[in-house]
Write a protein that binds this ligand. Structure first.
Ligand code: NAD
Length: 471
């Protein structure tokens, strides 16, 4: 059994002032694997003070100095990618094939930020006017449990590129993963106080970051409900905010889609990260004319997406992160049945033989209408809703009939047509023919999926304040 009692403040691991102790549970078997001492407001204030002291010098660094730090962070995280992956599998239940990709993407984001910083002009001038982009100050970075190492890397990369110092508040469900990640950060030998990390509850440590006048900016990834409260609370100290919130992403199969490719892709997109992904494509929009065919290809595809031990490289879907998340997914499956959707695959309860962990049955509903709860609310589990549409205009209307707008997917053979459809979707990203990523492209949401963007120059600009000097 591991014990974690320290936070990372001012360049070293220090004993927690907070005394609350929480068990960390392996979601695959329900066993307690660690005891974690959670931070309190005082730990958060100490971390903020360290970041404030460090900002006095780090805020003055040059592009080259920050680029050098980003390269060091990339090396330090890359060197421990196997350990980070293993802990993500153990503590979170991420399937190993996905967890390792997530960790590699996290390490890579430092180099993407380095490239973006090199390309981003920090000074612009015309006539006798000079505009410089200045780091906003101490940033509070609050992240969720579903891809912990990736979010820590991504948020730190943009903030460092901009010249901000940070206090990071990972999810309290990610203490073991955070510890390994912290060892990487320590290895990268950053200036003292540049990166401080306190693991504690959102309503305690997170709330202190949002309230504290010495924090100039909050970058938050998490649920829309908490995002709304952060937006409200931040107003008192006029904080700059970036909010990366939930989604209910549509995946439009156009009528010329190759179902043999598009349906396996729909499984990957829908069940991504055990369905606990903000970008999961959980509404599969299919042409009414091909509905029977779609159902058959779905049934044929099920065996290729086995649920089970996340450490097994053949597993496609692992357990939910905890009992609460298991119950949440069960309640949505029940609600779908009550509202008249038909279970094509899966349903309520544990998959046979997997009763000891927080496993749910990957579930696919058909005969779903877009007004049903399962089509409107973010479930955050492997539950896919198949909705039929009449024609292209109807598909676009249904895709946009949601309060979210984080991501969307379009599959079709005629690429010009797929692009035309993509350009009418109200979402921060639309991927054509598959699950795609580009770490220079902006990531973030329209509507209730958030405010602002991360990644590339867009992500760095979110930590900068323009100052114009006029003569
Ligand atoms: P959550 O909102 O419950 O928690 C996210 C983080 O906020 C955690 O660190 C939590 O401790 C903290 N927090 C909670 N209450 C707080 C408060 N009052 N003040 C400050 N901080 C507080 O979300 P979660 O359950 O950890 O993660 C799942 C959610 O995250 C889903 O809705 C998912 O869509 C979203 N998400 C979004 C993205 C994105 O990039 N858009 C990525 C991943 C996850």
């Amino acid at each position: 059994m591991k014990t974690i009692t320290k936070h990372y403040i001012d360049g070293s691991l220090v004993e927690s002032h907070g005394r609350e102790v929480m068990d960390s549970i392996n979601p695959t078997n329900g066993q307690v694997i660690a005891r974690v001492t959670l931070a309190d407001e005082e730990d958060a204030r100490r971390a903020i003070a360290a970041a404030k002291r460090a900002f006095a010098s780090f805020g003055q660094t040059t592009k080259e100095e920050r680029m050098e730090i980003l390269r060091r962070l990339n090396q330090a995280v890359s060197a421990r990618s196997d350990d980070l992956t293993e802990t993500m599998v153990e503590e979170y239940g991420g399937v190993v094939q996905f967890a390792s990709l997530i960790v590699q993407a996290g390490a890579g984001v430092f180099l993407s930020a380095e490239k973006a910083l090199r390309e981003l002009p920090l000074t612009r001038s015309w006539g006798k006017t000079t505009v410089t982009l200045e780091p906003v100050g101490v940033a509070g970075l609050i992240s969720p449990w579903n891809a912990n190492a990736f979010f820590l890397c991504m948020k730190l990369a943009s903030a460092v590129a901009a010249g901000c110092t940070v206090v990071m508040k990972p999810s309290e469900l990610s203490a073991l993963q955070t510890r390994v990640w912290l060892e990487c950060v320590h290895e990268a030998k950053l200036p003292k106080g540049l990166c401080n990390v306190v693991s504690g509850r959102g309503e305690v440590v997170g709330a202190e970051l949002v309230r504290n006048p010495d924090v100039a900016k909050i970058s938050f990834t998490g649920s829309a409900a908490v995002g709304r409260s952060i937006m409200r609370e931040s107003a008192a100290t006029m904080k700059r905010i970036t909010l990366e919130l939930g989604g209910k992403s549509p995946n439009i199969l156009l009528d010329d889609a190759d179902l043999k490719k598009a349906i396996p892709n729909a499984f990957i997109i829908g069940f991504l990260n055990n369905g606990q992904a903000c970008v999961a494509g959980t509404r599969l929009l299919v042409p009414k004319s091909r509905f029977a065919e779609v159902k058959q290809v779905i049934l044929d595809t099920v065996p290729a997406f086995p649920v089970g031990d996340p450490a097994d490289p053949k597993t496609a879907v692992g357990p939910m992160v905890n009992q609460k998340q298991y119950q949440r997914v069960q309640s949505y499956i029940r609600r779908g049945i009550e509202e008249g959707a038909e279970v094509l695959v899966g349903g309520e309860g544990h998959p046979p033989g997997l009763e000891s962990g927080y496993f749910v049955k990957p579930t696919i509903f058909v005969n779903v209408t877009n007004d049903m709860t399962i089509a409107r609310e973010e479930i955050f589990g492997p539950v896919l809703s198949v909705i039929t549409y009449e024609d292209e205009a109807d598909a676009i209307r249904i895709a946009n009939d949601t309060e979210y707008g984080l991501h969307a997917y379009v599959s079709g053979t005629d690429i010009q047509r797929a692009r035309r459809v993509a350009s009418q979707i109200q979402a921060g990203r639309v991927a054509i023919n598959g699950m795609l990523d580009d770490q220079q492209a902006p990531f973030g949401g329209f509507k209730h999926s958030g405010v602002g963007r991360e990644f590339g120059t867009f992500g760095i600009e979110a930590y900068l304040e323009p100052r114009a000097i006029l003569e």
